[in-house]
Design a binder for this molecule. Structure first.
Ligand SMILES: Nc1ncnc2c1ncn2[C@@H]1O[C@H](COP(=O)(O)OP(=O)(O)OP(=O)(O)O)[C@@H](O)[C@H]1O
Ligand SMILES: [Mg+2]
Length: 460
């Protein structure tokens, strides 16, 4: 700016010197006509007005140039934002989960708009005035944990949700709709929030805060542009998931058919042959007869198992509670078991997740009975904010988990492997003499999305 300012002065001076030289040259060559003093006055006046005129004109030029600069910078920024969007669309195609897409979008918006914090809210399917998932950028994990609960959507965030249009504020706390901040919340001042709309449907909300100097109307316009693209990206990721789920469902159905028409019929044929063998060969030794009936029994149990498995395959989602009770009843009864289901909302889950939960619970219950000799076993389920928690607690004799070798014991190790497959964690709390609690922690993101996508299909 100093450079262009001195340019203006220099240009003005040059113009004045130019006129002065012209007047001087005129005087030198044609001096005396008209009279010299008059010419001097005229010269001074000319130089003075040239100065004023040039100063104004160059000033105008300069401000024009400054505006061009600003416009150019703005264009550059818009180009960066559009480039960022384009990159995001590319990256999204390679991201397997919706959670990754959402995180990418928040991170991107934060850096592109120069905000200190950014967040993306996904609304609850049951109650669209509530926030179900809140993805942040700019906060460390510890900071997020210290803040604790998700925003409830009462204050400014709620205003954006209700009014379905952008909201730009210079000072959050001075705004009449501000609900203030919970303890441990970082200080936030400037604010820009907007709904992400895809074909008239809100797919999420984007919020940015603390841009140095505040957000401009330009930012608001660009954010809307960004928001439209982001909404497309989010919808695409959802569609992609839906298609994947459909493909999986079709594959499941095919496997079910094969099992039913192939394996099951073969087994059925075998039981028939065994039956007729028992009928037509009365000379079989009692041991052989006994063994044959045992085989028939095992076969029929296996067939029941396969039938149930086929049923599981045919269902798109499985009720965890039903599957657990079914397993517990078949494996040793439920007389020593207390079920503690603290949540009924998200019981419908991917059959493969349910399968791994059921198998792990089965092993934990069998350990509690065999090793712990427990008289009371609690099998519990709870949906927390970020996790689904499944726990198996017994009042048995307990043990020291650090002392268990994985060389000869497979139960705990298998459970851990099953959990790792779903990015879930497993903890074992036990001390000799004080019972055992095995807990599985499933990250809620992925499993929650399964439910969400399913509901979307129903609405669409
Ligand atoms: N609920 C429990 N109460 C008391 N001890 C337990 C309990 N669960 C596990 N243990 C101890 O931990 C060990 C390891 O358990 P794990 O299930 O891995 O193997 P296992 O039951 O011995 O053998 P496997 O499961 O392979 O048949 C057990 O042998 C037992 O000593
Ligand atoms: Mg075991």
């Amino acid at each position: 700016m100093g450079g262009t300012g001195s340019y203006r002065v220099l240009a003005t001076l040059l113009a004045m010197v130019g006129v002065a030289l012209t007047v001087g040259a005129y005087r030198f060559f044609f001096g005396g006509f008209p009279s010299a003093p008059e010419l001097l006055d005229l010269g001074l006046v000319l130089v003075f007005f040239t100065g004023v005129f040039s100063f104004v004109v160059f000033g105008l030029l300069e401000s024009q140039q400054k505006k061009l600069h600003v416009a150019y910078d703005e264009l550059q920024r818009q180009r960066d934002i559009l480039q960022g969007l384009w990159d995001a669309t590319g990256v999204v195609a390679t991201l397997p989960d919706l959670g990754g897409v959402l995180q990418q979008i928040v991170d991107l918006s934060r850096t592109l708009f120069g905000a200190e914090y950014a967040a993306l809210a996904v609304l609850s399917d049951e109650d669209p005035s509530k926030i179900r998932q809140f993805i942040t950028s700019g906060l460390s994990d510890e900071e997020r944990q210290r803040i604790g609960q998700l925003p409830t959507g009462k204050g400014l965030l709620g205003k954006v949700i209700r009014e379905k249009r952008p909201l730009r504020i210079q000072h959050i706390l001075e705004h009449p709709d501000s609900a203030g901040f919970p303890p441990h919340h970082p200080a936030m001042d400037s604010f820009l929030g907007l709904p992400l709309l895809y074909r008239g449907t809100v797919v999420g909300h984007l919020y940015m805060t603390n841009k140095p100097g505040g957000f401009t109307p330009q930012d608001e316009m660009l954010a809307q542009l960004f928001g439209r693209q982001a909404a497309v990206v989010i919808s695409n990721a959802r569609l992609y998931r839906e298609r994947e789920m459909l493909a999986t469902a079709q594959e499941r159905e095919r496997i079910g058919r094969e099992l039913h028409d192939g394996v099951l019929q073969t087994l059925y044929g075998l039981t028939l042959s065994l039956d007729s063998l028992l009928d037509t060969e009365p000379d079989l030794s009692p041991t052989a007869q006994k063994e044959l009936s045992r085989i028939t029994e095992v076969l029929s149990l296996t067939m029941t198992d396969i039938r149930m498995y086929i049923q599981t395959l045919a269902q798109s989602d499985v009720d965890l509670r039903v599957a657990l009770v079914d397993m517990l009843q078949r494996g040793g009864g439920m007389q020593d078991i207390v079920l503690e289901f603290r949540d009924n909302q998200y019981l419908e889950l991917d059959p493969e997740v349910v399968h791994d939960i059921v198998m792990s619970v089965q092993e934990a219950v069998s350990n509690a009975r065999r090793h712990g000799e427990a008289s009371r076993i609690v099998v519990g389920w709870e949906a927390l904010e970020d996790w689904y928690r499944v726990w198996i607690q017994d009042n048995g004799r307990g043990f020291d988990p650090a002392q268990v070798s994985t060389e000869h014991h497979f139960g705990l190790r298998n459970m851990r492997r099953r959990m790792e497959h779903w990015q879930a964690r497993m903890t074992v709390e036990s001390r000799p003499g004080s019972g055992t609690t095995v807990t599985f922690w499933f990250p809620r993101d992925d499993m929650g999305n399964t439910v969400e996508v399913k509901e979307d299909i129903q609405h669409g």
